[in-house]
Design a binder for this molecule. Structure first.
Ligand SMILES: *[C@@H]1O[C@H](CO)[C@@H](O)[C@H](O)[C@H]1NC(C)=O
Ligand SMILES: *[C@@H]1O[C@H](CO)[C@@H](O)[C@H](O)[C@H]1NC(C)=O
Ligand SMILES: *[C@@H]1O[C@H](CO)[C@@H](O)[C@H](O)[C@H]1NC(C)=O
Length: 381
């Protein structure tokens, strides 16, 4: 008992008078660990980058403070591999700020007030693989902005105000795999020339822009794309050739748009598609063979289609591998789903709450013993 007390007192004293903290200047509210070389500051009032931290630190995390700019003191920390200054008050990043940050691999500047970036902003960041600029006020991307980022794999530009993209804005992003451009001010799908700069792109997020339509062959250079997100993009229509060339696409989200019809012909080119979200559109009917050609489809979300009244027999004729179907919150869906789901031998989960669905045909679920049905809140009679 006594021994434990002594040890714990010793620990407290040691942590107060730790020589490392005495030498390197650790700001109040921060933890500075000279063994792991991590400096982490809690939510607070810091308004400049601390100077006189251990110059060998590798990770610097100062989230939710009031830092207004990244000044030249960053240059003292040339060993940094990870920098997180998210949720501060950053408004500008001076040119060449990161010129000495040759080892930085991840930079998180999300949720600040950064308004402008240029082709001088990221000079020096030749080892960065992840750059997060989500939730800022960037409106234009000019020529060569990201060219210094030779190794970048993931670039997050979501929740900004981007309305102008120079055709050469993304030049040099040969290894980029994930690009977030969702929730910006784009009025059309970026020009195919822009996508030519990123031949290895696997995931593209373009939702929450006012795209209205998708021009034919818009994505044809993205041969390796596996995920495309177009949720809430004000889409009125999708042309027959909109998805041309997307032979590797596995996940497509077209939910929360204004599509009056399921774009069956366009979708039929996506031969590898496994997950499709089509909810919150303006369909009234899902007609026979609506998802023709989608033989690999496993998961489908069709919730919140407020105008949907009927799912025709044989609507999912070609989708024999379907395992999960979510038909929640389709208030007008009063038709029986008779036949529409028969033949779907792999179906495991059907979610249909709370629809207006009031009659269930007895032969609707011949395999009920194997299927999880979520029907609560439905007025089943
Ligand atoms: C950087 O931007 C300036 C001004 O927009 C432009 O003139 C110059 O060509 C660009 N440099 C590169 C390397 O893209
Ligand atoms: C698709 O929608 C756009 C924007 O509303 C419109 O200009 C275009 O004519 C439509 N195309 C077709 C084929 O309906
Ligand atoms: C079905 O979709 C609704 C709306 O997106 C969602 O809230 C719900 O969790 C989904 N149900 C299941 C069981 O996945």
């Amino acid at each position: 008992m006594q021994m434990i007390t002594i040890i714990s007192i010793w620990c407290i004293l040691a942590s107060i008078f730790s020589p490392s903290e005495a030498l390197a200047n650790c700001p109040p509210g921060c933890q500075c660990d000279d063994n792991t070389l991590v400096v982490q500051c809690g939510e607070g009032q810091l308004d400049v980058l601390p100077i006189a931290l251990n110059p060998s630190i590798q990770r610097l995390v100062i989230k939710s403070n009031k830092i207004k700019t990244i000044d030249s003191s960053i240059q003292f920390y040339a060993e940094l591999t990870f920098l997180d200054l998210s949720s501060n008050h950053l408004m500008t990043i001076p040119q060449r700020t990161f010129a000495y940050q040759k080892k930085l691999q991840e930079v998180h500047l999300n949720h600040n007030k950064i308004g402008q970036i240029s082709n001088k902003t990221f000079i020096g960041l030749s080892a960065v693989t992840v750059l997060n600029l989500r939730g800022n006020q960037i409106s234009e991307l000019h020529q060569g902005t990201f060219t210094p980022l030779l190794k970048i794999v993931e670039l997050n530009l979501g929740e900004n105000r981007i309305g102008f993209l120079d055709p050469k804005a993304f030049d040099g992003l040969r290894q980029l795999r994930i690009l977030y451009l969702d929730d910006n001010a784009l009025t059309s799908v970026p020009d195919p020339v822009i996508f030519q700069a990123m031949p290895t792109l696997a995931e593209l997020f373009l939702g929450m822009n006012s795209l209205l339509t998708i021009q034919p062959a818009a994505f044809q250079d993205l041969k390796g794309l596996t995920r495309l997100e177009l949720m809430g993009a004000s889409l009125r229509n999708v042309s027959h050739d909109s998805f041309q060339g997307l032979e590797e696409l596995r996940i497509l989200d077209l939910s929360d748009n204004r599509l009056a019809r399921i774009p069956s012909v366009g979708l039929s080119q996506l031969v590898r598609l496994e997950q499709l979200s089509l909810g919150q559109n303006d369909f009234q009917v899902i007609s026979e063979g609506a998802l023709v050609g989608l033989k690999q489809l496993k998961r489908q979300d069709l919730n919140g289609a407020v105008k949907l009244k009927r799912v025709m027999t044989r609507a999912l004729l070609d989708n024999g591998n379907l395992e999960y179907l979510n038909l929640s919150s389709n208030k007008m869906l009063v038709e029986q789903l008779e036949g529409a789901l028969s033949g779907l031998r792999h179906l495991r989960h059907v979610v249909k709450k709370p629809n207006a669905l009031s009659i269930l045909a007895e032969d609707l679920f011949p395999w009920t013993n194997r299927v999880t049905l979520y029907l609560s809140e439905n007025p089943i009679s």
